[in-house]
Design a protein around this ligand. Structure first.
Ligand SMILES: C[S@@+](CC[C@H](N)C(=O)[O-])C[C@H]1O[C@@H](n2cnc3c(N)ncnc32)[C@H](O)[C@@H]1O
Length: 295
């Protein structure tokens, strides 16, 4: 399942965006807060937490506060993002040395098999071309009983902008996003247990289309698909797109819809077995099953 991201271009865009990202990442921070809030009901106590696509480290810092005894590995493909993440930590957090910063590609993690207890990722999964490779890599580095928890964007994200560009030409102007059902299937396929997916819509509003386009650029989140329009955009094309976008105006503002997808799944504590009907089950050694306390 491939979404045709130009990885070099994507990395360059995020390297450049590191300086402006925090000013405009309101939605990203809101979704990050919502994802962190979910950890409260998980009862998972990881010792080693890996934040994949950590950006400027807002969530990594929240993870360090949430799991004060854990070692936090903050990973991003864009080095300049990680420099910001390191600066963000409080002096005492720097002093206790429970943080590592890793510039690497999530599709090829520089971690040993079964070496972390939790993988957390807020809004980075949608930037990876091959989700099957990504989840296989996550599964490889997660220790038995480890948890993967993440957010990504679904296909309705920026639907107004996509539809408006579709009125102009057939080129790709907006990144493509995967359906959450496909993502859930891929988690099963890559031998994760008990995947749970859900979604919600969040809408940002803008005075004009330029405001939205400016935000996307400052976030580093403009179109980086291989078949994107590469020539300079004619004024008439842009005007036509804007004219169509204006038809979405309501209560004096332009909406930008985001389909936010939440997922979590587990690396089974035992060895996974596949049945003839395609379902999976885990075989857990008897000594690892804790007896239920009788009252
Ligand atoms: C939208 S930002 C989210 C940042 C942060 N998680 C947050 O909540 O603000 C996506 C981040 O994922 C990183 N990223 C994208 N593809 C990646 C990959 N293949 N490996 C590692 N990081 C990646 C980008 O460099 C960027 O910093």
């Amino acid at each position: 399942m491939s979404i045709k991201i130009d990885k070099q271009q994507m990395r360059r865009a995020f390297e450049k965006a590191a300086a402006t990202y925090d000013e405009v990442a309101v939605l990203q921070q809101e979704i990050g807060d919502r994802l962190i809030a979910r950890l409260g009901i998980m009862k998972h106590k990881p010792k080693r937490v890996l934040d994949v696509g950590a950006g400027t480290g807002v969530c990594a810092k929240a993870l360090a506060n949430f799991y004060p005894r854990a070692h936090i590995y903050t990973l991003d493909i864009a080095h300049s993002m990680l420099l910001r993440a390191r600066d963000r930590m409080a002096w005492w957090q720097k002093l206790i040395k429970r943080h590592s910063y890793v510039t690497a590609d999530a599709e090829s993690l520089p971690f040993a098999d079964a070496s972390v207890d939790m993988i957390f990722s807020n809004l980075a999964v949608q930037w990876v071309d091959d989700l099957e490779a990504l989840f296989s890599e996550f599964r490889r580095v997660l220790a038995p009983g480890g948890m993967l928890i993440f957010t990504t964007f679904g296909p309705d994200t920026l639907k107004e902008l996509r539809e408006s560009w579709n009125k102009v030409d057939n080129s790709s102007h907006v990144n493509e996003f995967q359906d959450m059902h496909n993502i859930g299937d891929l988690l099963m396929h890559t031998r994760f247990a008990e995947p749970i997916m859900d979604m919600e819509y969040l809408t940002l509003t803008y005075k004009d289309v330029f405001g939205l386009m400016r935000d996307l650029k400052q976030l580093g989140a403009h179109n980086v698909t291989h078949d994107r329009q590469r020539q300079l955009m004619g004024k008439q094309h842009l005007q036509k797109m804007i004219q169509h976008y204006e038809t979405f105006r309501a209560d004096g503002v332009l909406p930008a819809t985001y389909e936010v997808v939440y997922g979590h799944a587990w690396a089974p504590a035992g060895q996974i077995q596949q049945a003839e009907d395609g379902s999976h089950s885990a075989v857990i050694p008897l000594q690892e099953i804790k007896p239920v306390k009788q009252v």
